[in-house]
Design a protein around this ligand. Structure first.
Ligand SMILES: [Cu+2]
Length: 153
């Protein structure tokens, strides 16, 4: 190998290692499965929002969301317009990305979290936000009292 070629090769190698150091290990995106009714449009808006936030979202259409919610222990009062399943948790309605990341990082002993009622301005809903979003916990054994608050956004 000629001297000039040697130099070019070593430059290329050090450039590659610098780029690898900058990029770091490639983290896999968290997979979310979003179950929605075929007629729901705001549900698609939430899926697009979550993709933009870096989640890998799979959308499954079903005309029987009720059974899915019942099967996963979602009480009617905390049912959202769509149901997301992620790493053993249930996420109901238009929950922002922050509380979803916190749920999956802290892994509390609950069924999941819910932002019921499709509040205007919440991710995917459109409109103007008129009040703070109250995200409730879905407890393993729901009592008669008001469900605990997981986050306020
Ligand atoms: Cu909705």
């Amino acid at each position: 190998m000629r001297r000039r070629e040697m130099l070019a090769l070593s430059l290329a190698l050090s450039l590659a290692s610098i780029l690898a150091a900058i990029a770091g290990p490639v983290a896999a995106a968290t997979a979310l499965t979003l179950h929605k009714d075929p007629t729901c449009g705001c549900c698609v808006g939430h899926a697009d929002y979550l993709r933009a936030e870096g989640f890998a979202v799979t959308v499954i259409e079903t005309t029987d969301l009720e059974s899915l919610k019942r099967q996963h222990g979602v009480p009617p009062a905390l049912a959202g317009c769509h149901t997301i399943l992620a790493e053993g948790y249930v996420i109901e309605g238009h929950v922002p990305a922050g509380p979803i990341r916190r749920l999956l990082a802290e892994r509390p002993d609950i069924v999941g979290i819910s932002l019921a009622g499709m509040p205007p301005g919440s991710p995917g809903m459109g409109g103007e936000k008129t009040e703070p979003f109250v995200i409730h916990q879905i407890e393993r054994s729901p009592g008669t009292e008001t469900p605990a608050i997981f986050a306020v956004e």
